[in-house]
Design a protein around this ligand. Sequence first.
Ligand SMILES: NC(=O)c1ccc[n+]([C@@H]2O[C@H](COP(=O)([O-])OP(=O)(O)OC[C@H]3O[C@@H](n4cnc5c(N)ncnc54)[C@H](O)[C@@H]3O)[C@@H](O)[C@H]2O)c1
Length: 317
Amino acid sequence: MQKILITGAAGFIGYHLSRSLLEDGIIVFGVDNLNNYYDTDLKEQRLKRLKSFKNFSFKKIDLIDEKKLNNVFLNFNPSIVIHLAAQAGVRYSIENPKAYLDSNLIGFHNIIEQCRSCKIEKLIYASSSSIYGLNKKIPFSVNDKTDYPVSLYGATKKSNELVAHAYSHLYGLKTIGLRFFTVYGPWGRPDMAYFSFTKKIIEGRKIEVFNHGNMQRDFTYIDDIVDGIRNTIEKDFNFEIFNLGNSKSEDLMTMIRIIEKELNIKANIVFKDMQAGDVFKTYADIKKSNKMLKFKPKVSLQIGLKKTIDWYKSFIR
Ligand SMILES: NC(=O)c1ccc[n+]([C@@H]2O[C@H](COP(=O)([O-])OP(=O)(O)OC[C@H]3O[C@@H](n4cnc5c(N)ncnc54)[C@H](O)[C@@H]3O)[C@@H](O)[C@H]2O)c1
């Protein structure tokens, strides 16, 4: 029976992935520091649901704490580690760079070092579409140059991929990096636009739309991301990087119009200039993921947002 350690298990993607594995009887050990970057109640509520599975264990740990991390690795002895814990968010990194250096650089290194010293079979870790930065070539391919990130967040994720390559090369640790593209869905992140727009529109508050709404994102529904991550678990690669995106770049305004329609409320929009650290467009080329992981996203933005909004309404009731 496989034993999987998932970092960031109380987070949005970590919660859905853990749940999906637990439902199939897989033994999961979750770690998370439950930090207050966004509403900790949401993290606690996700955790409560995971704790109802008898094959789930959890420890509140900060990735910075090498000793506690080492105890988890020694006691649980995972076959695979799926590393999702990180300080997320592009805009927050402008004001709070240290949070990114701690969690995403030192934290990542502590995880990969435990994987090496405890002879873990495979490390699967979250990268991000943010690493494409100033890349102009559309859609973004894993073969494109990613040397020009425009946010510290993107730079830390790029660094993770480089460190993973060195560890795979030097120590034979199998590593798979997954570049996620704007993941959304029920139990999502309050700091992301689809979530905060839904909340504010319901509350009759203004929403701020950057670059005057002239932005495009490859929105990827959470179930497709979970499928994509799960497809990597059985794969045997020494070092690989994949894009996990819907491979459809949608206008930000299309997303807002769908939310308005689902809520049956008109948004009060304040248009603003482009924000530092943001990119104009994201669009995933998923040919490699499709070929090597059989990754095939199924959920349209329309359907995915409807499910997300239905969840949100039941959550706030
Ligand atoms: N959601 C997206 O659109 C998206 C896009 C690209 C990449 N990613 C990456 O995917 C991963 C999961 O993202 P998410 O959307 O679930 O974010 P999330 O913030 O909901 O989850 C991350 C979890 O990690 C935990 N964490 C952060 N720093 C920690 C530390 N030092 N020690 C222990 N736990 C810590 C947080 O408490 C949180 O619960 C992250 O690595 C993120 O950078 C997400």
